[in-house]
Design a binder for this molecule. Sequence first.
Ligand code: ADP
Ligand code: ZN
Ligand code: ZN
Length: 701
Amino acid sequence: MSSTALLAGAPPQADAPPALAHVEPITTARALKGPFDYLLPEEMRGHVERGSTLVVPFAHRQLLGVVVGLAERSEVLEAKLLAPVRVLEPGIPVELLELAEWIAAEYCSTLARALALVLPPGATRRLSGRKRREVARPRHLAVGARGTARPELTDEQRAVLEPIVAALAARRPHERLLHGVTGSGKTEVYLRAAEAALAQGRGAIVLVPEIALTPQIVGRFIERFGETVAVLHSQLRPAARYAEWLRLRDGRARVCVGPRSAVFAPIEKLGLIVVDEEHDASYKHEGDPRYDARDVAAERAARSGAVLLLGSATPRPESVHRVGVSVLARRVDGRPLPAVEVLDMRGEGPSDGRQGLHPRTAQALADVRAARGKAIVLLNRRGWSNFLSCRSCGRVWSCPDCDVALVLHRRGGYVACHHCGHRERAPQRCGDCGSTSVARHGAGTERLQHDLAAVFDDGEFPVFRLDADTVAAGPAQAGGTVRGTADGGAGERGGVGELLRRFEQADCGVLIGTQMVAKGHDFPDVTLGVVLDADATLRFPDFRAEERTFALIAQLAGRAGRGSDGLVLVQTIAPAARAIVHAARHDSDGFVTGELERRRALAYPPFSHLIRIVCAAEQDAAARGAAAAVHAELGGGLLAGETRLLGPAPLFRLRGRERQVLVLKSSERRTAVAAVGAAVARVAGAREHAGVSFSVDVDPQ
Ligand code: ADP
Ligand code: ZN
Ligand code: ZN
């Protein structure tokens, strides 16, 4: 390095800018732990700070690196140090660097992986350093944005806003949970809170579960604030996403709306973070680091002295327990919530021939069709049949790599594993006994669409389907007639927004789908909501099963049945289940109170912290051996506070790997995370456990 040679002999000057940069290279390798020192050439000194991004030489490659610290030059080592190749502009704000450091520790990950979350979109691809072309910013068309008027606030809204605006004015951190049903005016509260933050010269972040499913809220922010809103989401092309990121970074945009990753929007002087639909599971990131955007939002808000505003019609027990609750009890338009009827499916017999519908449901759908109205039907299971079996030998078609049954997708003519994506052609005969009699069990959304269309679609009453399959396949499978609709905006490629627009613009019809139909958007002219197999989610062995079931039913009930004569029907074989009974009464408070009591008794969150450790290996014995070793490491009385270690227990085989799970329940989060991190590192480093992969999930969802 010529610069190194040149500098080696020069005496250090007291007031000279730091010459040494501690750089964390951005790599996913867990073994590679930075930071590493680089010597800044003269022309970089003073221009490089914490958060600067550099291209650095590293083991015969060039890597992107983030400056995590600076130091005076160190004479001794200098001769050996390399110099960065170039500085990439712009770097990340120091605040986000520090947030990444927190995430790495909080979620048992590495700093490099945490930094990758806060880097500009596509940063690792821009190593070449070529200048980006200016990209036109994406257009976002909203479904059902209703007028630009800024309404007079209701008394309830005014009361809710007061402490928020006061906290903003005092520049003091403040957390608030806004509990209000769909249509109670929550979005208007978010808009006013953002307005107050902007008036102070501060910025705002608005998190939504998924942009494509929640175009209404995006549309309203753009209507209200225009160019100062930037939208960050995964369906934007990389160049468009980077353009939006830059607008935020240089302050041209001060409000960011987006899904969980928008919590890392590069906004300086942040005044407000809103988390809409805070109960939504999409806020948890399932890759490493397994961060929860709600907790990151709380941390970031606290660090910036900002207000955190969580909103939902079905708030999580954790949030109710932790955060002060404000209530919007009534819908703005004064309409009551729809009546909910629970339909007991026990004794209804095999559903074949009746599309799995209770007679009451079939009648209600027929009534909606007669009235040329709209209905939504939720069945949280996609595909045609859940599983196939041979009628003569009993063989069940299952995934070769996972211990789960394959789901039939009739239109594509294949069976698929919904866990790993494995696909094979739908069987005509049994490979074991040769029988051609293959039984199909259970119905998913594809079958339901087919069956309902056969009965109800008279050419003017279309049956639309919204699930992961139709979104991927486009209009051909989604059903209904394709009309001349607005395109999705230059940056939007997904089919969800398109499908929702078609259902909204249709004069009448049914929208069936998975939980996607219960999220975000709402359709004022839907008068009937139906939940089929409502207890399906209750059957998961998970302490959040009740919470999920309650939220799903209550959310659908809040979105469907908006008319004065709205009706919601819930089909179940567990009509007495607490989640279903409370959802039918629109009793969120009652549900949460009971749920918190249960969790306190069982020491589940929020009364403890859970850390889940999964050991996976091709051989069952290897997975078991590793899990036992982790168990032994953790069992040594190292843990403080009240701690229990559950397991190891087997999980079903996934992607060809046998799995064992351990769950640590602890009252002392930080100590427990550190202990688990150390234990897993020791076991993973041992040669006898080579070939075992370990995943650590803090606050698993
Ligand atoms: P939520 O976010 O709780 O579903 P919204 O904020 O979307 O509720 O409000 C529902 C509807 O009521 C929207 O059409 C909105 O424009 C309207 N709205 C909200 N607040 C008011 C108000 N104070 N006066 C009149 N209309 C309002
Ligand atoms: Zn057979
Ligand atoms: Zn599989």
